[in-house]
Design a protein around this ligand. Sequence first.
Ligand SMILES: NC(=O)c1ccc[n+]([C@@H]2O[C@H](COP(=O)([O-])OP(=O)(O)OC[C@H]3O[C@@H](n4cnc5c(N)ncnc54)[C@H](O)[C@@H]3O)[C@@H](O)[C@H]2O)c1
Ligand SMILES: O=c1ccn([C@@H]2O[C@H](COP(=O)(O)OP(=O)(O)O[C@H]3O[C@H](CO)[C@H](O)[C@H](O)[C@H]3O)[C@@H](O)[C@H]2O)c(=O)[nH]1
Length: 324
Amino acid sequence: MKVLITGGAGYIGSHIVKVLGEKKYEILVIDNLSKGHKEAVIYGDLVVIDLKNKTALEDIFKRFKPDAVMHFAASIEVGESVKKPLKYYQNNTANTLNLLETMLEYGVNKFIFSSTAAVYGTPVKVPIPEDHPINPINPYGQSKSFIEKVLQDLDRSSGLKYISLRYFNAAGADPEGRIGESHDPETHLIPLILKTAKGERESIKIFGTDYPTPDGTCIRDYIHVDDLADAHLLALEYLLNGGESEVFNCGYGHGYSVREVINTAKKVTDIDFKVEEADRRPGDPPVLVADSTKLKQKLNWIPQFDDLEYIIQTAWNWELNKKF
Ligand SMILES: NC(=O)c1ccc[n+]([C@@H]2O[C@H](COP(=O)([O-])OP(=O)(O)OC[C@H]3O[C@@H](n4cnc5c(N)ncnc54)[C@H](O)[C@@H]3O)[C@@H](O)[C@H]2O)c1
Ligand SMILES: O=c1ccn([C@@H]2O[C@H](COP(=O)(O)OP(=O)(O)O[C@H]3O[C@H](CO)[C@H](O)[C@H](O)[C@H]3O)[C@@H](O)[C@H]2O)c(=O)[nH]1
């Protein structure tokens, strides 16, 4: 089976490339390398193109003839999306329309989409089930929720079968240390903490200590990137076996506060780095925790790495021995 993977040189996509490569899928990655790394693509081929280039996309579909498409390529910084909304509507919405249009032109009708917990906005119910109201509070979440709507329409109009995976907080790295998170700029909590432990940053700032949570800091559901990769494999197999379109949350169903993550990182690294309390970061909901019952029941997803210490340990090993 042939799978086209957009954004496969990025953090999450490269871990899915690894899992599919180990299962002997034929893989073609397309990535513009604006944020990704060619060394991260450890299986299959990489073609450097931008999704806005429709002619180049058509050429890929003509030559590779994929059975399914997995779409990771996007701009991912919530804060930047508030300052530059058009960048997000262009890259995450318009460029995805380009991809979907090309798929339909070439008769490819199986699609796996990287959606996000950010589509829910500030939750009215936690853990968050998939039928929770969709009410994004930033352009990043909005740019993804538009595509979820489009996918519903394309299922009806053209028989497109899709799985939209709403990730909570992806974290950790390949346990064998081949690939891991390497963003520039880095905005995610765990790599920033580890860079502080390593001495690359002076301190880690806690964004907000007055949230309505037990210790006043935000709670997130951190999912190991390999468990997330496994959810993609199950979603792909489900579609290839003729499954209907579905939306699934990807998370463990319980969360950790920023302070808990920092304390666990101190234990794992055995380094007592500097922590500062700072103002809230605009657009952060107090608690984001997935109800992932549906993923477990319908796709038989069995998480292997639901352990914050292990997640941070794999990220720490990566941070100390980064290959890119
Ligand atoms: N990291 C998380 O916790 C998280 C949470 C929810 C959803 N997501 C979604 O998961 C996906 C992957 O996220 P990530 O953390 O791996 O990000 P990433 O930045 O590491 O990977 C994205 C990749 O897409 C490529 N890309 C971006 N725009 C492109 C374009 N126009 N044409 C071709 N390639 C392009 C980048 O070069 C990069 O390699 C994104 O769609 C993101 O919105 C991530
Ligand atoms: O230096 C930092 C960085 C982050 N945080 C806090 O740590 C928590 C996690 O922040 P991240 O930036 O690591 O992750 P987010 O929850 O903001 O966002 C992630 O998950 C979202 C969905 O849950 C989106 O999909 C988004 O793309 C993805 O980066 C937040 O409360 C944030 O305020 C700090 O206190 N200090």
